[in-house]
Design a protein around this ligand. Sequence first.
Ligand code: GLY
Ligand code: MN
Ligand code: MN
Length: 435
Amino acid sequence: MRYRPLSAQTYTNHRKKFSHTLPALSMAIFNSNDVLPTNADGTMPFRQNNDLLYLCGADQEESILVIFPDCTNPEHREILFLKETNSEIAIWEGEKLSKDKATALTGIKTIRWLQDFEPLLKALMAEAETVFLNSNEHTRRSAETGTRDERFAKKLMAEYPLHNYERAAPAMHRLRAVKSKEEIERMQEACKITEAGFRRVLKFIRPGIKEYEIEAEYMHEFLRRRSRGFAYSPIVASGFNACVLHYVENNAECRDGDLILMDVGAEYANYASDMSRTVPVNGKFSPRQREVYDAVLRVMKASMELLRPGVMLAAYHKQVGKLMEKELVELGLLTAEEVKNQDPASPAYKKYFMHGTSHFIGLDVHDVGLWHEPIQAGNVFTVEPGIYIREENLGIRLENDILITEDGYIDLMADIPLEADEIEASMAESEAVTS
Ligand code: GLY
Ligand code: MN
Ligand code: MN
Protein backbone atom coordinates (compact mmCIF):
# COMPACT_ATOMS: atom_id res chain seq x y z
CA MET A 1 0.00 0.00 0.00
CA ARG A 2 1.27 3.44 -0.76
CA TYR A 3 0.26 4.85 2.63
CA ARG A 4 0.13 3.60 6.19
CA PRO A 5 -3.54 3.05 7.08
CA LEU A 6 -4.78 3.55 10.66
CA SER A 7 -4.42 0.44 12.83
CA ALA A 8 -7.15 -2.20 12.97
CA GLN A 9 -7.52 -1.28 16.65
CA THR A 10 -8.33 2.34 15.77
CA TYR A 11 -10.89 1.33 13.15
CA THR A 12 -12.41 -1.03 15.73
CA ASN A 13 -12.59 1.84 18.24
CA HIS A 14 -14.26 4.07 15.66
CA ARG A 15 -16.91 1.39 15.04
CA LYS A 16 -17.37 0.89 18.75
CA LYS A 17 -17.99 4.61 19.24
CA PHE A 18 -20.45 4.64 16.36
CA SER A 19 -22.24 1.52 17.67
CA HIS A 20 -22.76 3.22 21.02
CA THR A 21 -24.81 5.93 19.28
CA LEU A 22 -27.28 3.36 17.86
CA PRO A 23 -30.60 2.62 19.60
CA ALA A 24 -31.63 -1.00 20.22
CA LEU A 25 -32.18 -3.29 17.21
CA SER A 26 -30.57 -0.87 14.80
CA MET A 27 -28.49 -1.76 11.79
CA ALA A 28 -26.30 0.73 9.89
CA ILE A 29 -25.21 0.27 6.29
CA PHE A 30 -22.40 2.19 4.57
CA ASN A 31 -21.62 2.01 0.86
CA SER A 32 -18.43 2.79 -1.07
CA ASN A 33 -18.29 5.70 -3.42
CA ASP A 34 -18.71 5.01 -7.12
CA VAL A 35 -15.84 4.88 -9.54
CA LEU A 36 -16.94 7.92 -11.54
CA PRO A 37 -16.90 7.75 -15.34
CA THR A 38 -15.30 10.31 -17.64
CA ASN A 39 -15.66 9.43 -21.37
CA ALA A 40 -15.56 6.17 -23.35
CA ASP A 41 -14.14 3.64 -20.88
CA GLY A 42 -12.32 6.27 -18.82
CA THR A 43 -12.80 6.73 -15.10
CA MET A 44 -11.77 9.25 -12.46
CA PRO A 45 -9.23 8.03 -9.89
CA PHE A 46 -11.15 6.22 -7.15
CA ARG A 47 -11.79 8.14 -3.93
CA GLN A 48 -13.37 6.16 -1.14
CA ASN A 49 -16.35 7.33 0.91
CA ASN A 50 -14.92 9.00 4.00
CA ASP A 51 -17.43 7.58 6.48
CA LEU A 52 -16.67 4.05 5.33
CA LEU A 53 -12.95 4.81 5.53
CA TYR A 54 -13.33 6.21 9.03
CA LEU A 55 -15.14 3.11 10.22
CA CYS A 56 -13.01 0.41 8.60
CA GLY A 57 -10.28 1.68 6.25
CA ALA A 58 -11.39 -0.46 3.29
CA ASP A 59 -10.10 1.68 0.44
CA GLN A 60 -11.75 -0.32 -2.33
CA GLU A 61 -14.74 0.25 -4.61
CA GLU A 62 -18.01 -1.69 -4.22
CA SER A 63 -17.43 -2.41 -0.51
CA ILE A 64 -20.38 -2.42 1.92
CA LEU A 65 -20.07 -2.17 5.69
CA VAL A 66 -22.86 -3.43 7.94
CA ILE A 67 -22.92 -2.68 11.67
CA PHE A 68 -25.68 -4.40 13.67
CA PRO A 69 -24.59 -4.55 17.35
CA ASP A 70 -27.73 -6.39 18.61
CA CYS A 71 -27.80 -9.06 15.92
CA THR A 72 -28.42 -12.47 17.52
CA ASN A 73 -25.69 -14.06 15.42
CA PRO A 74 -22.44 -12.59 16.81
CA GLU A 75 -20.78 -13.14 13.40
CA HIS A 76 -23.22 -10.72 11.84
CA ARG A 77 -22.67 -7.80 14.21
CA GLU A 78 -20.03 -6.42 11.88
CA ILE A 79 -19.78 -7.55 8.26
CA LEU A 80 -17.68 -6.18 5.45
CA PHE A 81 -18.78 -7.15 1.95
CA LEU A 82 -16.10 -6.95 -0.74
CA LYS A 83 -15.93 -7.47 -4.46
CA GLU A 84 -14.67 -11.00 -4.95
CA THR A 85 -11.14 -11.12 -6.17
CA ASN A 86 -10.10 -13.74 -8.72
CA SER A 87 -7.22 -14.49 -11.06
CA GLU A 88 -8.80 -12.61 -14.01
CA ILE A 89 -9.23 -9.44 -11.93
CA ALA A 90 -5.70 -9.88 -10.57
CA ILE A 91 -4.28 -9.89 -14.14
CA TRP A 92 -5.98 -6.64 -15.14
CA GLU A 93 -6.31 -4.67 -11.94
CA GLY A 94 -3.82 -6.27 -9.55
CA GLU A 95 -4.66 -7.79 -6.24
CA LYS A 96 -7.82 -6.71 -4.44
CA LEU A 97 -8.41 -7.25 -0.74
CA SER A 98 -8.50 -10.93 0.20
CA LYS A 99 -10.61 -11.96 3.20
CA ASP A 100 -7.53 -12.37 5.41
CA LYS A 101 -6.03 -9.08 4.38
CA ALA A 102 -9.36 -7.32 4.92
CA THR A 103 -9.59 -8.67 8.47
CA ALA A 104 -6.01 -7.62 9.23
CA LEU A 105 -6.70 -4.12 7.88
CA THR A 106 -10.11 -3.47 9.39
CA GLY A 107 -10.35 -5.66 12.49
CA ILE A 108 -13.64 -7.05 11.11
CA LYS A 109 -13.84 -10.84 11.47
CA THR A 110 -16.71 -11.50 9.07
CA ILE A 111 -15.71 -10.70 5.50
CA ARG A 112 -18.11 -11.83 2.77
CA TRP A 113 -18.08 -11.47 -1.01
CA LEU A 114 -20.52 -9.04 -2.49
CA GLN A 115 -22.78 -11.73 -3.99
CA ASP A 116 -23.73 -12.77 -0.44
CA PHE A 117 -25.06 -9.32 0.38
CA GLU A 118 -28.61 -9.60 -1.02
CA PRO A 119 -29.46 -12.99 0.55
CA LEU A 120 -27.93 -12.04 3.90
CA LEU A 121 -29.70 -8.67 3.90
CA LYS A 122 -33.07 -10.46 3.97
CA ALA A 123 -32.15 -12.21 7.22
CA LEU A 124 -30.72 -9.04 8.74
CA MET A 125 -33.75 -6.93 7.81
CA ALA A 126 -36.04 -9.48 9.43
CA GLU A 127 -34.25 -8.85 12.73
CA ALA A 128 -33.65 -5.09 12.53
CA GLU A 129 -36.26 -2.53 13.48
CA THR A 130 -34.38 0.60 12.48
CA VAL A 131 -31.92 1.08 9.64
CA PHE A 132 -29.37 3.90 9.72
CA LEU A 133 -28.44 4.95 6.21
CA ASN A 134 -25.58 7.17 5.20
CA SER A 135 -25.88 10.44 3.30
CA ASN A 136 -23.67 13.34 2.34
CA GLU A 137 -25.08 16.22 4.38
CA HIS A 138 -22.30 18.72 3.81
CA THR A 139 -23.97 22.11 3.45
CA ARG A 140 -22.14 22.78 0.19
CA ARG A 141 -22.31 19.30 -1.34
CA SER A 142 -22.86 18.93 -5.04
CA ALA A 143 -25.97 16.87 -5.69
CA GLU A 144 -25.59 16.69 -9.49
CA THR A 145 -24.61 13.03 -9.50
CA GLY A 146 -26.16 10.51 -7.14
CA THR A 147 -24.11 8.34 -4.82
CA ARG A 148 -24.22 4.60 -4.15
CA ASP A 149 -25.54 5.42 -0.68
CA GLU A 150 -28.42 7.39 -2.22
CA ARG A 151 -29.32 4.68 -4.72
CA PHE A 152 -29.12 2.06 -2.02
CA ALA A 153 -31.33 4.08 0.35
CA LYS A 154 -34.03 4.47 -2.32
CA LYS A 155 -34.01 0.81 -3.18
CA LEU A 156 -34.04 -0.41 0.41
CA MET A 157 -36.82 1.95 1.48
CA ALA A 158 -38.91 0.84 -1.49
CA GLU A 159 -38.38 -2.84 -0.71
CA TYR A 160 -38.87 -2.53 3.04
CA PRO A 161 -41.25 0.41 3.51
CA LEU A 162 -42.34 -0.57 7.03
CA HIS A 163 -38.94 -0.32 8.77
CA ASN A 164 -37.84 2.81 10.61
CA TYR A 165 -35.14 4.72 8.79
CA GLU A 166 -32.65 7.13 10.36
CA ARG A 167 -29.66 9.19 9.23
CA ALA A 168 -26.14 8.03 10.10
CA ALA A 169 -24.74 11.46 9.23
CA PRO A 170 -25.32 13.29 12.56
CA ALA A 171 -23.39 10.65 14.52
CA MET A 172 -20.68 10.49 11.85
CA HIS A 173 -20.18 14.27 11.94
CA ARG A 174 -19.94 14.20 15.71
CA LEU A 175 -17.37 11.39 15.70
CA ARG A 176 -15.29 12.59 12.77
CA ALA A 177 -14.99 16.11 14.21
CA VAL A 178 -12.82 14.82 17.08
CA LYS A 179 -9.71 13.22 15.67
CA SER A 180 -8.09 10.10 17.13
CA LYS A 181 -4.38 9.96 17.82
CA GLU A 182 -3.58 8.07 14.61
CA GLU A 183 -5.71 10.39 12.51
CA ILE A 184 -3.70 13.33 13.87
CA GLU A 185 -0.47 11.51 13.02
CA ARG A 186 -1.65 11.05 9.42
CA MET A 187 -2.70 14.71 9.21
CA GLN A 188 0.69 15.75 10.59
CA GLU A 189 2.32 13.63 7.89
CA ALA A 190 0.20 15.33 5.23
CA CYS A 191 1.39 18.71 6.57
CA LYS A 192 5.02 17.51 6.52
CA ILE A 193 4.65 16.53 2.86
CA THR A 194 3.13 19.93 2.10
CA GLU A 195 6.07 21.56 3.87
CA ALA A 196 8.53 19.64 1.67
CA GLY A 197 6.65 20.85 -1.40
CA PHE A 198 6.74 24.45 -0.22
CA ARG A 199 10.46 24.33 0.60
CA ARG A 200 11.06 22.91 -2.87
CA VAL A 201 9.16 25.69 -4.66
CA LEU A 202 10.84 28.42 -2.60
CA LYS A 203 14.03 27.38 -4.38
CA PHE A 204 12.33 27.34 -7.73
CA ILE A 205 10.22 30.52 -7.95
CA ARG A 206 11.66 33.35 -10.04
CA PRO A 207 10.37 35.86 -12.63
CA GLY A 208 9.35 34.17 -15.89
CA ILE A 209 8.34 30.87 -14.35
CA LYS A 210 4.81 29.60 -15.16
CA GLU A 211 2.27 28.91 -12.44
CA TYR A 212 1.85 25.34 -13.70
CA GLU A 213 5.57 24.73 -13.37
CA ILE A 214 5.25 25.53 -9.68
CA GLU A 215 2.25 23.19 -9.45
CA ALA A 216 4.38 20.46 -11.02
CA GLU A 217 7.12 20.94 -8.41
CA TYR A 218 4.61 20.41 -5.61
CA MET A 219 3.22 17.31 -7.28
CA HIS A 220 6.70 15.85 -7.71
CA GLU A 221 7.47 16.31 -4.03
CA PHE A 222 4.08 14.99 -2.91
CA LEU A 223 4.17 11.79 -4.96
CA ARG A 224 7.69 10.84 -3.95
CA ARG A 225 6.61 11.12 -0.32
CA ARG A 226 3.77 8.58 -0.63
CA SER A 227 0.98 11.11 -1.07
CA ARG A 228 -1.50 10.42 -3.87
CA GLY A 229 -1.35 14.11 -4.76
CA PHE A 230 -3.21 17.30 -3.96
CA ALA A 231 -5.94 17.15 -1.33
CA TYR A 232 -7.95 19.64 -3.48
CA SER A 233 -7.44 21.57 -6.70
CA PRO A 234 -4.32 23.64 -6.12
CA ILE A 235 -4.40 27.42 -6.51
CA VAL A 236 -1.16 28.86 -7.83
CA ALA A 237 -2.08 32.47 -8.52
CA SER A 238 0.33 35.29 -9.35
CA GLY A 239 -0.45 39.01 -9.47
CA PHE A 240 -4.12 39.79 -9.99
CA ASN A 241 -5.01 36.08 -10.19
CA ALA A 242 -4.63 35.94 -6.41
CA CYS A 243 -7.77 38.08 -6.14
CA VAL A 244 -9.80 35.37 -7.91
CA LEU A 245 -10.60 33.22 -4.89
CA HIS A 246 -11.11 29.94 -6.73
CA TYR A 247 -8.48 30.48 -9.45
CA VAL A 248 -7.33 27.02 -10.54
CA GLU A 249 -6.14 27.60 -14.13
CA ASN A 250 -2.53 28.07 -12.98
CA ASN A 251 -1.53 29.10 -16.51
CA ALA A 252 0.04 32.53 -16.16
CA GLU A 253 3.64 33.62 -16.14
CA CYS A 254 4.92 34.95 -12.81
CA ARG A 255 6.12 38.49 -13.23
CA ASP A 256 8.87 40.40 -11.47
CA GLY A 257 7.35 42.57 -8.74
CA ASP A 258 4.22 40.44 -8.30
CA LEU A 259 3.30 38.22 -5.41
CA ILE A 260 2.24 34.62 -5.89
CA LEU A 261 -0.46 33.09 -3.72
CA MET A 262 -0.29 29.31 -3.39
CA ASP A 263 -3.15 27.46 -1.72
CA VAL A 264 -2.00 23.85 -1.89
CA GLY A 265 -2.04 20.82 0.36
CA ALA A 266 -0.96 17.21 0.08
CA GLU A 267 -3.25 14.37 0.98
CA TYR A 268 -1.80 11.48 2.92
CA ALA A 269 -3.68 8.26 3.77
CA ASN A 270 -6.84 10.03 2.55
CA TYR A 271 -6.35 12.84 5.10
CA ALA A 272 -6.08 16.41 3.85
CA SER A 273 -3.74 19.25 4.62
CA ASP A 274 -4.59 22.78 3.51
CA MET A 275 -1.89 25.45 3.35
CA SER A 276 -1.72 28.94 1.87
CA ARG A 277 1.47 30.91 1.43
CA THR A 278 2.06 34.12 -0.51
CA VAL A 279 5.59 34.93 -1.63
CA PRO A 280 7.28 37.55 -3.84
CA VAL A 281 8.12 36.27 -7.33
CA ASN A 282 11.51 38.02 -7.22
CA GLY A 283 12.27 36.99 -3.65
CA LYS A 284 11.77 40.38 -2.00
CA PHE A 285 8.53 41.99 -0.77
CA SER A 286 7.96 45.63 -1.74
CA PRO A 287 7.20 47.91 1.24
CA ARG A 288 3.47 47.87 0.39
CA GLN A 289 3.38 44.11 -0.08
CA ARG A 290 5.21 43.65 3.19
CA GLU A 291 2.81 45.98 5.00
CA VAL A 292 -0.23 44.02 3.82
CA TYR A 293 1.52 40.68 4.42
CA ASP A 294 2.28 41.57 8.03
CA ALA A 295 -1.32 42.68 8.57
CA VAL A 296 -2.61 39.28 7.37
CA LEU A 297 -0.02 37.51 9.51
CA ARG A 298 -1.06 39.44 12.62
CA VAL A 299 -4.70 38.47 12.05
CA MET A 300 -3.66 34.84 11.54
CA LYS A 301 -1.66 34.67 14.77
CA ALA A 302 -4.33 36.45 16.80
CA SER A 303 -7.05 34.17 15.34
CA MET A 304 -5.17 31.04 16.38
CA GLU A 305 -5.16 32.30 19.96
CA LEU A 306 -8.95 32.67 19.84
CA LEU A 307 -9.63 29.05 18.91
CA ARG A 308 -10.14 27.27 22.21
CA PRO A 309 -12.42 24.55 23.58
CA GLY A 310 -15.77 26.08 24.46
CA VAL A 311 -15.66 28.87 21.86
CA MET A 312 -18.49 29.07 19.30
CA LEU A 313 -17.35 29.31 15.67
CA ALA A 314 -19.82 32.08 14.82
CA ALA A 315 -18.53 34.26 17.69
CA TYR A 316 -14.95 33.50 16.67
CA HIS A 317 -15.60 34.58 13.08
CA LYS A 318 -17.08 37.84 14.34
CA GLN A 319 -14.01 38.51 16.46
CA VAL A 320 -11.70 37.84 13.55
CA GLY A 321 -13.77 40.29 11.50
CA LYS A 322 -13.05 42.96 14.11
CA LEU A 323 -9.30 42.24 13.99
CA MET A 324 -9.37 42.46 10.21
CA GLU A 325 -11.38 45.69 10.30
CA LYS A 326 -8.69 47.34 12.43
CA GLU A 327 -5.92 46.23 10.06
CA LEU A 328 -7.79 47.45 6.98
CA VAL A 329 -8.25 50.89 8.54
CA GLU A 330 -4.53 51.04 9.34
CA LEU A 331 -3.69 50.04 5.76
CA GLY A 332 -5.82 52.92 4.50
CA LEU A 333 -8.27 50.58 2.78
CA LEU A 334 -11.23 51.43 5.00
CA THR A 335 -12.02 54.74 6.70
CA ALA A 336 -13.21 55.04 10.29
CA GLU A 337 -16.33 56.60 8.79
CA GLU A 338 -17.06 53.53 6.64
CA VAL A 339 -16.64 51.30 9.68
CA LYS A 340 -18.90 53.49 11.78
CA ASN A 341 -21.67 53.49 9.18
CA GLN A 342 -21.41 49.83 8.19
CA ASP A 343 -24.38 47.50 8.09
CA PRO A 344 -23.59 44.78 10.68
CA ALA A 345 -25.22 42.23 8.35
CA SER A 346 -22.59 42.96 5.69
CA PRO A 347 -19.55 44.42 7.44
CA ALA A 348 -17.18 46.74 5.57
CA TYR A 349 -14.15 44.41 5.93
CA LYS A 350 -15.85 41.91 3.58
CA LYS A 351 -14.83 44.11 0.65
CA TYR A 352 -11.23 42.93 1.14
CA PHE A 353 -11.70 39.67 3.09
CA MET A 354 -14.69 37.86 1.67
CA HIS A 355 -14.30 34.27 2.87
CA GLY A 356 -14.42 32.49 6.22
CA THR A 357 -11.37 32.25 8.47
CA SER A 358 -11.61 28.64 9.57
CA HIS A 359 -13.15 25.32 8.59
CA PHE A 360 -12.91 21.79 9.95
CA ILE A 361 -10.35 19.64 8.14
CA GLY A 362 -9.77 15.90 8.20
CA LEU A 363 -10.65 13.20 5.69
CA ASP A 364 -12.31 16.00 3.74
CA VAL A 365 -10.54 19.28 3.22
CA HIS A 366 -13.79 21.04 4.15
CA ASP A 367 -14.50 18.37 6.70
CA VAL A 368 -17.74 17.54 8.46
CA GLY A 369 -18.02 18.95 11.99
CA LEU A 370 -20.26 20.60 14.52
CA TRP A 371 -20.55 24.19 13.39
CA HIS A 372 -23.17 25.11 15.98
CA GLU A 373 -21.63 23.55 19.05
CA PRO A 374 -18.67 24.72 21.15
CA ILE A 375 -15.20 23.86 19.84
CA GLN A 376 -13.73 20.70 21.41
CA ALA A 377 -10.23 19.38 21.98
CA GLY A 378 -9.41 17.10 19.05
CA ASN A 379 -11.02 19.36 16.44
CA VAL A 380 -8.68 20.38 13.63
CA PHE A 381 -9.22 23.72 11.90
CA THR A 382 -7.60 25.81 9.24
CA VAL A 383 -6.84 29.44 10.05
CA GLU A 384 -6.77 31.39 6.81
CA PRO A 385 -7.21 35.15 6.78
CA GLY A 386 -6.56 37.05 3.57
CA ILE A 387 -6.62 40.54 2.10
CA TYR A 388 -7.44 40.93 -1.59
CA ILE A 389 -6.93 44.38 -3.16
CA ARG A 390 -8.04 44.13 -6.78
CA GLU A 391 -7.06 47.70 -7.58
CA GLU A 392 -3.47 46.93 -6.52
CA ASN A 393 -3.22 43.46 -8.20
CA LEU A 394 -2.49 42.16 -4.75
CA GLY A 395 -3.95 39.15 -2.95
CA ILE A 396 -2.47 37.66 0.20
CA ARG A 397 -3.72 34.62 2.10
CA LEU A 398 -1.91 32.68 4.80
CA GLU A 399 -3.26 29.37 6.04
CA ASN A 400 -2.16 26.82 8.62
CA ASP A 401 -3.90 23.77 10.10
CA ILE A 402 -4.16 23.60 13.88
CA LEU A 403 -5.22 20.92 16.35
CA ILE A 404 -7.28 22.10 19.32
CA THR A 405 -6.04 20.78 22.67
CA GLU A 406 -7.51 21.00 26.19
CA ASP A 407 -5.69 24.24 26.90
CA GLY A 408 -4.82 25.69 23.53
CA TYR A 409 -3.70 24.38 20.18
CA ILE A 410 -0.87 22.69 18.31
CA ASP A 411 0.04 24.22 14.98
CA LEU A 412 0.48 21.25 12.62
CA MET A 413 2.26 23.60 10.19
CA ALA A 414 4.52 25.31 12.75
CA ASP A 415 7.66 24.27 10.83
CA ILE A 416 6.58 25.74 7.49
CA PRO A 417 8.22 29.15 6.79
CA LEU A 418 5.70 31.90 7.45
CA GLU A 419 7.40 35.13 8.57
CA ALA A 420 8.19 37.45 5.65
CA ASP A 421 11.88 37.60 6.65
CA GLU A 422 12.05 33.81 6.73
CA ILE A 423 10.50 33.56 3.25
CA GLU A 424 12.90 36.14 1.85
CA ALA A 425 15.88 34.44 3.50
CA SER A 426 14.94 31.01 2.09
CA MET A 427 14.47 32.45 -1.38
CA ALA A 428 17.79 34.35 -1.20
CA GLU A 429 19.58 31.22 -0.01
CA SER A 430 18.43 29.24 -3.03
CA GLU A 431 19.41 32.09 -5.35
CA ALA A 432 22.92 31.98 -3.90
CA VAL A 433 23.06 28.24 -4.53
CA THR A 434 21.78 28.39 -8.14
CA SER A 435 23.75 31.49 -9.26
N1 GLY B 1 -8.15 25.31 -0.22
C1 GLY B 1 -9.46 25.52 0.12
C2 GLY B 1 -9.57 26.28 1.34
O1 GLY B 1 -8.64 26.95 1.73
O2 GLY B 1 -10.55 26.23 2.03
MN1 MN C 1 -6.65 26.46 1.41
MN1 MN D 1 -8.91 26.14 3.79
